[in-house]
Design a protein around this ligand. Structure first.
Ligand SMILES: [Zn+2]
Length: 378
């Protein structure tokens, strides 16, 4: 097989599988990634999702299509309000500083700039229109200046039992005990004004957008009714993604809202979820201080994307050795062109990075260079 034949074979690969679903790609691939709430420094758990989205985008590009990534910034958020209040700063100035640190960490991890980076506070009008449309569709109702979305369809699509849905709703600020709602699992598309939070005018009085509605409004504004891939951390599956999709579908009538989903596995420490409240955050900037940032990137990618995993310093040391092996392999000569095609096949088969890196190290030369270049490990 000649190099030209290999390139023709890769160009002829018309799509990839993701989470067991076939994703045919022709030209443009719309990837919506739930971004950060800019209230704290980037930890490894957040970074893992964005590195996987970047690897997906690079794989799409390898297949000759154009990835169009939209990664929002949730700069209207109750958690952000609280953090800004503690810091004694206006929420928008506070968010801008945190955003700067996030951008620096993403650049260090070689995550490419995204095509769209909508900020929630610029999409308040769209949330109001979304609320209006959901009311017109009979999917929402007004109580005391708030607009609530009927949560039943979101819960049904999640497949969760009621008890789990209520627990997760409470955990993610869904306020199941809000007495104004018809059902505990309904959520605010528009939340009536409360002290300590930013507020905007709306047909229902002063208030602010709800979290799921913000993302739905941004995704619909940027991409229209349907996205090819919706990505985010596994912990966003419910309630955030379930409500986002349910609202989008109720508003547009287009189903399904997402052709496929990428839920990146949760990063744990000694079995526990990484969280500020648990005091076990591993920060990207600390990892990149003592190791090449490409090793941090490889550590994230060198595993199935949908599985939870435990971080330990030994994993980073191992990734650094693997990276060194890959770099050394790039200098070898006499690679079989078929090995390069094999790497493309592995990446398009559910982003099998670990096997692609193995093949790159074993075959060396063009195969190793292909892995390193495609995955941004250079
Ligand atoms: Zn989102």
């Amino acid at each position: 097989m000649s190099e030209t034949q290999v390139n023709a074979e890769i160009a002829g690969m018309s799509g990839l599988t993701l989470g067991g679903r076939q994703l045919a790609v022709l030209d443009r691939v719309r990837i919506y990634s739930c971004g950060i709430t800019p209230y704290d420094v980037t930890h490894l758990g957040h970074a893992a999702t964005f590195v996987w989205v970047d690897a997906l985008a690079r794989t799409v590009r390898m297949l000759g299509a154009e990835p169009e990534v939209c990664r929002n910034v949730t700069d209207v958020d109750d958690v952000l309000d609280e953090a800004a209040r503690r810091a004694g700063e206006p929420y928008d100035a506070f968010a801008a500083v945190q955003q700067h640190y996030f951008d620096r960490d993403m650049a260090a991890l070689n995550v490419r700039d995204v095509a769209h980076e909508p900020r929630a506070r610029r999409y308040v009008d769209q949330v109001i229109r979304l609320a209006d449309g959901l009311l017109a569709a009979g999917a929402a109702y007004v109580r005391n200046g708030s607009v609530y979305f009927h949560g039943e369809s979101a819960v049904r699509r999640s497949g969760l039992d009621l008890e789990t849905a209520l627990r997760l709703s409470a955990e993610y600020a869904g306020r199941p005990d809000d007495a104004a709602k018809d059902d505990p699992l309904d959520v605010a598309v528009w939340q009536a004004s409360e002290s300590g939070h930013p507020a905007w005018e709306s047909p229902w009085g002063q208030g602010r957008p709800g979290w799921h509605a913000e993302c739905a409004a941004m995704a619909l504004s940027v991409f229209g009714p349907v996205v090819d891939v919706h990505a985010g951390g596994a912990d966003l599956r419910f309630p955030h993604h379930a409500y986002h999709a349910a609202m989008a579908e109720a508003f547009t009538g287009a189903r399904p809202y997402a052709r496929t989903w990428l839920h990146a596995g949760t990063v744990r420490i000694g079995g526990a979820k990484m969280a500020k409240s648990a005091g076990n955050l591993v920060l990207v900037r600390d990892l990149a201080d003592g190791h090449p940032a490409a090793a941090v990137r490889l550590m994230i990618l060198d595993r199935p994307w949908d599985k939870d995993w435990d971080y330990s310093p030994g994993l980073l040391d191992r990734a650094e050795r693997r990276l060194e092996d890959l770099y050394q392999a790039t200098g070898r000569t006499g690679t079989s062109p078929a090995a390069v095609a094999e790497i493309a096949r592995l990446l398009r088969a559910d982003l099998n990075v670990a096997a692609a890196v193995d093949t790159g190290i074993e075959e060396g030369g063009a195969a190793a260079r292909s892995v390193a270049a495609t995955l941004g490990l250079t």
